[in-house]
Design a protein around this ligand. Structure first.
Ligand code: TXA
Ligand code: MG
Length: 349
């Protein structure tokens, strides 16, 4: 039996000092080579990394997260050329995306050549690969010298971690180590784009938007499952409950008057209500527990604060969280995708 309890090591590196020869990066890189799993920062969310070519390391990732076996992992690389060692071919569109957006929050789905451990692709013939845009992540990936499979470093079903403290909440004692590189930037996971067909298809919206991709290639489609709940998603992970705080989240899809009415109704029923809105809406709503999450005029700030704000309700013991809806434009598509998945109800007038 593989060990399941760890004295989780905690390392700190500041972004300016991150380099392959930094003693902490060296120690973390060695741990990866020795088939241990460690959490590390990326520009999107913290990842839980293990050597993608090691069955043992990959099993440890699934065990620590409590992740369903049929949900494949994204492989992280520290140099663009590493892609060639993992896939059967690099289609032109993929090369174009790599040139334009790597390092960055874009995962490309390509045809796997079978180099990675089976668990990584969860039995699919394709593999998701990305090169993260974070100095600590890049230094670690280069120091380890191996492709690193890394799902988000949360327990399965929970909001993804945007700080080392979130990782500690979920995984302390369950993993070998945590590399703290501060708060992540984008705040939502990478955009996942399937590059195995004629036209690129977005399977998971993220920091790189459809509009960004369309600057580079003539046509980009959205996986129909992102719009129609009856469609089976092509990205296996998209079907599970995700990003959920402890209390149920109800999304309000109406104006502020309607929002206030729902707060008041629930309070009259004796419920302890938590409210999560943009700073603009917060000024116009009245609720005892109200947490702001970015600004409607800069949706990237909503993305950056979303998971932290959702997690912050856990200590409030609320009965229900009412959340604001955002326009599905630009990064708003990714924000609403996560909010809809995190929520148990959508309330409309
Ligand atoms: O920003 C990110 O992508 C973060 C950081 C750590 O890099 N990682 C992340 O990993 O979000 P995870 O495991 O939480 O999400 C991976 C997503 C899942 O929805 C999974 O189903 C999908 O990518 N995926 C992975 N490989 C795939 C494949 N071969 N085909 C289709 N979808 C795939
Ligand atoms: Mg995840």
């Amino acid at each position: 039996m593989e060990k399941t309890h760890y004295e989780t090591k905690y390392w700190e590196v500041n972004n300016e000092e991150a380099a392959t020869d930094h003693p902490v990066i060296q120690a973390a890189g060695r741990a990866l080579k020795q088939e241990e799993v460690i959490a590390f920062p990326t520009e999107t969310v913290y990842g839980l990394g293990g050597d993608a070519t090691s069955d043992r390391a990959v099993k440890k990732i699934f065990a620590a997260k409590g992740r369903p076996q049929d949900n494949p992992l994204i492989v992280h690389i520290g140099k663009k050329e590493q892609v060639e060692t993992l896939v059967t071919e690099i289609p032109d569109m993929a090369q174009t995306f790599m040139d334009a957006f790597w390092p960055g929050p874009l995962t490309l789905i390509l045809k796997s050549n079978g180099t990675c451990a089976k668990g990584v692709t969860a039995g699919l013939s394709t593999i998701g690969i990305r090169m993260p845009d974070h100095p600590v992540a890049l230094a670690l990936l280069q120091a380890s010298g191996v492709p690193v499979a890394a799902p988000s470093a949360n327990r399965s079903g929970r909001p993804s971690p945007t700080s080392a403290a979130h990782v500690q909440e979920d995984l302390s004692g369950k993993i070998y180590g945590i590399l703290d590189g501060g708060t992540t930037g984008v705040g939502l996971e990478s955009t996942v784009v399937d590059c195995t067909g004629e036209v690129p298809v977005i399977l998971r919206p993220g920091g790189i938007t459809k509009e960004d991709l369309e600057q580079i290639v003539p046509e980009v489609r959205l996986d129909p499952a992102l719009k129609d709940k009856k469609e089976k998603p092509k990205s296996p992970g998209m079907k599970y409950t995700h990003y959920a705080p402890k209390a149920p989240l109800w999304l309000i899809n109406g104006d502020l008057e309607f929002f206030q009415q729902k707060i008041d109704e629930l309070r009259t029923e004796g419920k302890k209500v938590g409210v999560m809105t943009s700073k603009e809406s917060a000024e116009r709503l009245n609720a005892p527990i109200l947490k702001t999450c970015g600004s409607r005029s800069h949706l990237s700030s909503v993305a950056a604060e979303l998971y932290h704000t959702l997690r912050s309700f856990d200590s409030e013991q609320v009965d229900v969280i009412l959340g604001e809806s955002f326009p599905k434009k630009g990064i708003g598509v990714a924000i609403m995708n996560r909010l809809e998945k995190a929520s148990t109800r959508i309330i409309e007038p």
